[in-house]
Design a protein around this ligand. Structure first.
Ligand SMILES: [Zn+2]
Length: 140
């Protein structure tokens, strides 16, 4: 399967983008759309904190068009966290209809079980290898 966004054809090196489950594959395509068209940067940073509650450590944080991931997390936690943050983006709404944390955690667990290994490998490609020191803005 190919993705055509702004005329760009994107292939994923022979990895299968489909699981055969319509809902999982819809969610996967939406995640790729968010990663390609909405997210501007993904940063891996050490000692990630919630800028609104600086005493609270986090695995991940999604603000505007930036995703931050805790650099000390292992590969599995990094990918689980990316899926979690993308679920926030997919189920985000400006009003109180946004899905709250506990439901997003359930969605994350379901997606973790049902995405194929290839789908997970594709999502992993978006996790940066290098670490940056700078966390979310209001943290400085
Ligand atoms: Zn969350």
């Amino acid at each position: 399967m190919e993705y055509r966004r702004h005329g760009v054809r994107k292939k994923f090196g022979g990895l299968d983008t489909r699981s055969g489950d319509d809902f999982i594959d819809f969610t996967f395509r939406e995640f790729i759309y968010i990663l390609e068209d909405i997210v501007e940067t993904i940063k891996k940073t050490p000692n990630l904190k919630n800028p609104r509650r600086p005493q609270q450590g986090l695995w991940g944080y999604f603000h505007k068009s930036e995703i931050f991931l805790e650099a000390r997390a292992n590969k599995k936690i990094l990918l689980e966290t990316l899926i979690h943050e993308l679920a926030h983006a997919l189920y985000y709404s400006d009003d109180k209809r946004s899905m709250r944390e506990r439901k997003i955690q359930r969605v994350e667990k379901i997606l973790w079980r049902r995405f194929t290994e290839d789908q997970k490998r594709i999502l992993s490609k978006y996790i940066p290898k290098h670490i940056v020191k700078k966390g979310p803005d209001s943290q400085n």
